[in-house]
Write a protein of this length. Structure first.
Length: 175
């Protein structure tokens, strides 16, 4: 069952889907803090997926990740959304060593921004690895199974069916 947040703001602006997760610290509390800060700084949260527990993707680590996807209505541009997400990550004690994938308290990725295709040095939307990551596709399909990927024309449901990611993942709770 999904949560829907009632807002008083007019139903306008852009729709952004954010992938949110981490594997260090109190993972559920970190997700809750991220959602609160996203609602305060990025926009109105319309839906949040269940929490999925998944093994690290692309590297080895003892702690599994907790992941969610949030559908947010924002008046920010994609670049402003990215800057705000990076500030929230830092506030939640995300550190970056520059050595590739590693454990982290918080990671916030822009998965989709409306149906736009954005390719700048700083930002690539849709997120280039969505189709390879079941920990993103499952919560995304839970929220919007018929949402169409603007580059490949497949729905989120279709993408989950053909994804070759064989990492361990399970739905655990709802925030």
């Amino acid at each position: 069952m999904e949560s829907t947040f009632v807002t008083t703001a007019p139903n306008n602006g852009s729709v952004v889907f954010l992938g949110i997760g981490g594997n260090l610290g109190d993972r559920i509390a970190n997700l809750q803090s991220a959602v609160k800060l996203i609602g305060e700084r990025i926009g109105d949260i319309e839906k949040i997926s269940s929490v999925y527990l998944s093994e690290p993707w692309g590297f080895k680590h003892a702690k599994y990740f907790t992941n969610i996807v949030a559908k947010v209505r924002t008046s920010l541009s994609a670049d402003e959304t990215l800057s705000t997400a990076l500030q929230i990550e830092a506030e939640l004690k995300r550190t970056r060593s520059g050595n590739g994938y590693e454990g982290r308290t918080m990671d916030i990725d822009i998965l989709f921004f409306n149906d736009e295709i954005i390719h700048t040095e700083r930002l690539k939307v849709p997120h280039p690895l969505i189709c390879q990551r079941l920990f993103v596709l499952l919560p995304m399909a839970e929220l919007e199974p018929n949402f169409v990927h603007p580059q490949n024309g497949k729905t989120m449901h279709e993408l989950t069916e053909i994804c070759t990611d064989n990492g361990k993942i399970k739905k655990i709770i709802h925030l």
